[in-house]
Design a protein around this ligand. Structure first.
Ligand code: SF4
Length: 284
């Protein structure tokens, strides 16, 4: 696997539901074709030339050294650290990435910093060892369909939906907090599907974030937009209320944004203890 060195790691994220973030890999072998916003930005900044280069990830070999320097500086400002917005922390079939991610989670948790993790890969079972990895972490997967044909087309090198859900369910069954990012949710011209069926498959999770698909020409020319996404958002909200799941609908998805739900990852933590009981669903 290729490697690189960086000067800084932790940064304050501009994503509405996030706090601090880090990306300990440059590039991502999952090669999403929605398209991947992170890849678009790296191309625009001239950091990578093309899709093929994006598919050859470089691991940040000094990530742990950087954390040792940066944690004391930011510790009192950090509410939680999101892994990751510009790469995948459990990149499928990249054990070196998994190893480094586990070390990073352990390092942050050692200083009582919670991690909110998101992957299109598979969670390693060792995460259930709450003596090593904190019990306040929140583990998420991206699921925008159950159609594996769609996955092959749009997320060609990631883990199957089935395996992602299975690995997340394992963590849930062991008492850890889990969530799903349903973003970017595709329009019906890309895949015909029943949103409620997908929601039923992931009804065990504690939190759901739903968001529309952006930057996709086929989708934006399809005529599906405002009404379609408002209908989807209503379905997600209704389902979450019925099932006592917290939710946030990403800005720009509904006709009118609801900002009250954006702090979805800040609630439910008391000191260093993870609440065992589900809290009431956030109201709109
Ligand atoms: S998993 Fe995330 S970072 Fe990786 S290619 Fe897909 S969208 Fe981009």
């Amino acid at each position: 696997m290729l490697s690189t060195k960086r000067k800084t790691l932790l940064y304050k994220s501009g994503v509405e539901y996030a706090d601090f973030c880090l990306n300990h890999v440059e590039g991502c072998a999952h090669g999403c074709r929605f398209p991947c916003y992170a890849m678009m930005m790296k191309k625009r900044c001239g950091i990578i030339k093309n899709y093929r280069e994006w598919l050859r990830p470089k691991i940040v070999v000094n990530a742990l050294e950087l954390l040792d320097k940066e944690i004391p500086r930011y510790k009192h400002k950090i509410k939680f650290v999101h892994l990751c917005f510009s790469t995948d922390p459990f990149m499928y079939k990249y054990p070196k990435v998994t190893d480094l991610t586990l070390k990073i989670i352990e390092r942050l948790n050692k200083d009582n910093i919670r991690c909110v993790v998101l992957t299109k890969g598979i969670y390693p079972k060792v995460l259930v060892n709450t003596e090593k990895y904190g019990e306040n972490n929140e583990y998420g997967i991206t699921i925008v369909s159950l159609d594996e044909g769609f996955k092959k087309r749009f997320e060609p090198y990631s883990a199957t939906y089935k395996d992602r859900i299975k690995s997340l369910k394992y963590l849930h069954d062991k008492g850890l907090k889990t969530w799903v990012s349903m973003e970017p949710y595709p329009t019906p011209n890309l895949v015909k599907q029943d949103l409620r069926k997908i929601l039923k498959e992931i009804s065990f999770v504690d939190k759901i974030i739903f968001g529309k698909l952006n930057y996709n020409v086929e989708s934006s020319q399809s005529g599906y937009n405002g009404d379609f996404y408002q209908g989807c958002a209503n379905t997600v909200i209704e389902f979450c209320r019925e099932n006592n799941i917290e939710y946030h609908i990403k800005y720009g998805t509904q006709k009118k944004d609801n900002r009250k739900t954006e702090k979805i990852f800040i609630k439910n933590i008391v000191g260093n203890l993870r609440l065992k009981v589900k809290q009431p669903t956030l109201s709109i």
